[in-house]
Design a protein around this ligand. Structure first.
Ligand SMILES: Nc1ncnc2c1ncn2[C@@H]1O[C@H](COP(=O)(O)OP(=O)(O)O)[C@@H](O)[C@H]1O
Ligand SMILES: [Mg+2]
Length: 284
């Protein structure tokens, strides 16, 4: 049902831009920080400061700070149950943090009203761990669904062309009239990706994109994600247990431990860290 929350928006419809424009600096209300947020002085598309989240007396997130630069894929590693999914759900308000700030594409989430939040959600795609297609709809109808909800003014011709473009991206044009039950796990994942990308999000959140897939199929999904990142200049966060996924996709990695960002660096740096706990992720 999580999917519905994201798609169920009553935001004014507009045409899909051909490609996202760079975020104008003037529109960004990210406050100057004492410490530079990003080593390269790039304007981050996501900034999280001091995020906390508890469930009853269970402190899951205890002050998470992170940023994602434009065009960058940030990989989040951490043991199971450390709050990785909770963290990225906070970005689209599927979870509400207890404290801390989140800024996405220059907008502070706390300052947004309902309609503004829904508008922002359309710019952020989310591929859930167990993303399900609508069983009773064909592949074509599954892809048409977000367009029908969010692009009401788009002509049928344009919608049909977009559906074909997205199916072509994921190599499944021939499956257009099939029902999801006829698709393999890898094919379903591809269609799930196509359905999310059809709204041209500028940011993608991937929760365990290769979990449940065999190694070869997982690699195909990783390659597809990388291809889409380049084609549409997508910035992203990827949660994964799959170290080959981390190695192939990460521009930068952070490790979550005990509710905070315990370490940060490139795959190569972290792999040879002096910290045994950090290194344990890389001995696979
Ligand atoms: N809605 C919820 N209610 C209570 N506890 C939750 C809820 N969502 C997540 N948790 C707990 O928060 C912790 C972090 O969960 P999660 O973010 O899913 O971990 P992971 O790092 O494996 O993605 C877990 O202990 C989980 O049981
Ligand atoms: Mg998770």
């Amino acid at each position: 049902m999580e999917k519905e929350i994201i798609e169920d928006s009553n935001v004014a419809e507009e045409e899909i831009p051909s490609l996202p424009d760079p975020v104008p600096t003037a529109d960004l209300n990210v406050q100057p920080q004492e410490q530079p947020l990003s080593p390269k002085d790039e304007q981050p598309v996501i900034v999280i400061r001091g995020l906390t989240k508890s469930f009853h007396d269970h402190d899951v997130l205890r002050g998470v700070d992170l940023y994602v630069n434009k065009g960058e894929n940030l990989v989040i590693l951490g043991k199971s149950g450390t709050g990785k999914s909770v963290l990225i759900k906070c970005l689209v308000r599927l979870e509400w943090p207890d404290s801390g700030t989140i800024s996405i594409l220059g907008q502070d989430l706390d300052a947004l009203n309902y309609a503004e939040m829904n508008a922002l959600r359309l710019r952020v795609g989310f591929l859930f761990q167990n993303a399900a297609l609508y069983d009773s709809m064909t592949v074509r109808e599954n892809l048409a669904f977000p367009l029908r909800q969010h692009k009401k003014n788009m002509t049928k011709e344009k919608k049909d062309a977009l559906i074909l473009e997205m199916l072509d991206n994921v190599g499944l044009v021939d499956s257009i009239d099939q029902l999801p039950s006829k698709l393999s796990g890898g094919q379903s994942k591809r269609i799930g990706l196509a359905r999310t990308l059809i709204l041209r999000p500028e940011i993608m959140l991937y929760d365990e994109p290769t979990t449940g897939l065999d190694t070869g199929t997982g690699k195909e999904i990783i390659e597809l994600i990388s291809k889409m990142k380049k084609k549409y200049n997508i910035s992203s966060i990827t949660i994964t247990h799959d170290m080959s996924c981390a190695k192939m996709t990460a521009d930068r990695i952070i490790l979550l431990k005990d509710g905070i960002v315990y370490a940060e660096g490139s795959y190569e740096d972290l792999e040879k860290s002096g910290d045994e706990w950090i290194r344990s992720f890389f001995n696979f």
